[in-house]
Structure formats: C-alpha cells, structure tokens
Write a protein that binds this ligand. Structure first.
Ligand code: SAH
Ligand code: SF4
Length: 393
C-alpha cells in the first residue's frame, strides 16, 4: 500500500545516454531546429539544411518511413550518409492487449530495457491515444497504481513521439503513396495521461509535442492534445506559453487536508496556490477551458458538501469537471464510490453550470483504465521480491 505521508520526491533528470562508439543518432523527436543542427553537424551544407529538414521530416512523420534508403527525393549518396550516421527508432511493442471494448494497451520497451504503457481508446468520432511521459512516477498519489512503482526515469522526446508513431504503425494509419487522401484519423487526439508527471519532464514533453503538433507530419493540433498534471505550479504558465495545449488538472479533493493525502504534491503547492495559477491559463494558452479531473473514492471525497465546495473553489475559471470512477488495482487502498453517489455529485456540479461528464472506464479488463498502468517488469520484479520475502529469503 502506498504511504500517503511519503515525502515528495524531486523531479528526476533525463541523463543523456552516451552513445556507444559509432552509435547512430536517432532523428525521432528532434524539433525542426535540432534536426537542422544535427544534419549540418553531419556535413549537410547549411544552404540546403532547411530543405533537407523538410524532406526528411515528411518521410518520417507524414509517410511513417523508417528506412533512409526509400527516401527517393534525396540523392543516393546522401541517403547512404544518413543511413551511416542516423536511425529512425521508435519503442518496440513487447505486447499488445485488446479489450472487449476495443481499447488497445501497448507495453513498450525503451532504451535500457525499461517499459512503459500507452493506451489507444477508440470512440465514435475520435480516437484518443493516452501516452506516458515517465517510466513510473516520483509522485506518490495514494490512489494511483503508477505511483507505487519504484523505478522512475524520464522519457526522451523520441520515446514520447515514438508512442504516437508506434500506435499509427499498429493501426495501419500511415498514408499509402498514390492512394487518395484519407482524412479520417484513427489517432485524432493525444492525452498525456499515462504513466508519469509530464510537468516533471517538461523539456522533453514540450519538444515531443512540438513534433506531434507540427502541421506537416503527425499534425495533431494543440487543441487535440491534453496534458494532465497533478499540479506542478511553476510549470503551468510555461505549458501555456511553450506548448499551448489543453490542460487537465488532477484535482481530486476540495480541502487541503484531503488533497495532501491523495495528491501529496499538494503539500508543496496547495489548492489556493494552484487555483490562482490556473486562473490565467486559458488566457495565456488561448484555450477555452480547463478540465478538472476528480476521482470518485468512496467515503473519501464524494459527499454533496465536496461537490458544493468544488464549484465554489473553481468559480471564475472556465472549466469542465471530469468525474473518474476510481479504477481498482491489486492492493488499492480505496473503493469506487457507488453509482448513485457519483450521479448525485455530478448533478450538483451540472446545476452550478459546469459540464460534469462521468468518464466511462475503458479497457478495465486489460488493466488499461486511468491509474492502472504500471510496467510489467516492475510488477514482476516486485512480486518476485515479495515471493522471496514470503519464503524468508
Ligand atoms: N501524472 C499526471 C497524468 C497521469 S494520471 C496526473 O496525475 O495528472 C491521469 C489521471 O488518472 C489523473 O487525473 C490521475 O489522478 C487519474 N488516476 C490515477 N489513478 C487512478 C485510478 N486508480 N482510478 C481513476 N483515476 C486515476
Ligand atoms: Fe503520478 Fe499522476 Fe499517478 Fe499521481 S496520479 S502518482 S502524479 S501518475
């Protein structure tokens, strides 16, 4: 069980991986500027660099190509040069599970043998890919499975963009050359709601989103990207200025006393500090409203008084409140609120003038629902340790 009084761990650093001698540089996840610098450093004449960036960019992000040799609008010896120095690498799919409701959960292997999960959720008029920003999470929200994972490392921008590319691979979504243009998008939306706290990995998340939002390539607009944070206040204004995507806040409680227990980062930036920062977000990011996520935990945060306090607190902030019925995981210290309770809570919010959708749990049968993600290796590692402990080793 997670210890709710556990200290808040500082953010982890992304340790730049030293490439093995002769190792190839991965071009995935580089912003246009970084790609340009990288190509120039490899001998591309400066005058040509902008054009080469455009060409290579299109091959990677529009056509989904992974082999330099098929980039036919580049000279043969230039292709050979690229092939010698660079690679187009994305995480490897270790396993894929498909839920009864069509949700797909991917277990992905990244450098160092670490694993993260990404979840694809098909809906009637859109398809949402939920991606991870870290392996595990340094925050220890007591209701979240990811928060119980010990091993944590930041994902690189390549690994974040790579999750979108891998999903497109699996869904067969790259366009076919010469085929009529197909405007239907399988991955139409991206949510940074998988494993990890995206604002503790700000630079990589920002660079990755720049690539994902770029109009020539993956082309997922900033209005179709939602970043969810537990409330890392200093990075919120930066998110507005440097990414400009939609924001979701893991709010989950209406008093500091309860929020301290559920979302321990609240001890650092409490409800008042958080709300003051949020008031500026829609204007700064030019987005319409903020989503407040609220997990419904039986007898913990689900009374009518909580609902009333909630609408009072967020008064003046353009908002939508997304109620998330708690998704259980083995050993979880909470239970989901009863359905009538959730509805009564939703009703109070709705009557106060806010949209209050109840998030239907998706992919529960494959442990793909919100807060259920946790690397399989970590699970295995832990259970082996437990077995050993039980055996008195
Ligand atoms: N770290 C970020 C993003 C990942 S969590 C954040 O906390 O916002 C995505 C959402 O799922 C968050 O609102 C999180 O609080 C919620 N969540 C976590 N565990 C959950 C669970 N077991 N059941 C329902 N929602 C959960
Ligand atoms: Fe981390 Fe978000 Fe889970 Fe909290 S809810 S432990 S911030 S992933």
């Amino acid at each position: 069980m997670t210890d709710a009084s556990a200290p808040i761990t500082q953010d982890v650093l992304t340790i730049p991986r030293k490439l093995p001698e002769g190792g190839k540089i991965n071009l995935v996840g580089l912003t246009r500027e970084q790609l340009r610098d990288t190509l120039i450093a490899a001998g591309t004449p400066e005058k040509q660099a902008k054009m080469r960036v455009g060409q290579i960019w299109q091959w990677i992000y529009h056509w989904g190509v992974r082999d330099f040799m098929v980039m036919t609008n580049l000279a043969k010896d230039y292709r050979a040069l690229l092939d010698e120095k660079f690679e187009i690498a994305v995480p490897e799919i270790v396993s894929k599970q498909v839920s009864m409701d069509g949700t797909r959960k991917y277990l992905l292997r990244i450098a160092g043998g670490h694993e993260v999960e990404a979840v694809y959720i098909p809906e009637e008029n859109r398809g949402t890919l939920c991606i991870s920003s870290q392996v595990g999470c340094t925050l220890t929200c007591s209701f979240c499975h990811t928060g119980t994972q010990k091993l944590v490392r930041n994902l690189t921008a390549a690994e974040i963009v790579g999750q979108v590319m891998v999903a497109r691979d699996d869904l067969g979504e790259w366009p076919e050359q010469g085929a009529p243009k197909d405007e239907t998008r399988l991955v139409s939306n991206v949510v940074l709601m998988g494993m990890g706290e995206p604002l503790y990995n700000f630079d990589n998340v920002r660079d990755a989103m720049k690539v994902v939002m770029d109009g020539e390539g993956l082309t997922i607009s900033r209005r179709r990207i939602t970043l969810s944070t537990s409330g890392v206040v200093p990075e919120i204004a930066k998110t507005a200025a440097e990414i400009g995507c939609l924001l979701a806040i893991s709010f989950h409680a209406t008093t500091d006393e309860v929020r301290d227990k559920l979302v321990p980062v609240n001890k650092k930036w409490n409800i008042e500090t958080l709300l003051n920062t949020l008031r500026d977000y829609p204007r700064l990011s030019n987005s319409e409203r903020i989503t407040f996520e609220y997990v419904m935990l039986k007898d913990v945060n689900d009374t009518d008084a909580d609902a009333k306090r909630l609408v009072k607190l967020i008064r003046g902030i353009p908002a939508k409140i997304n109620l998330i019925p708690f998704n259980e995981w083995p050993g979880a210290p909470y239970q989901r609120s009863d359905w009538e309770r959730i509805e009564s809570f939703a009703d109070i919010i709705y009557k106060a003038g806010y949209a209050s959708p109840i998030r239907t749990p998706r992919g529960e049968d494959i442990m793909a629902a919100c807060g259920q993600l946790k690397s399989a290796t970590e699970r295995a590692r832990k259970s082996r340790a437990q077995i050993e402990a039980e055996a008195g080793l």
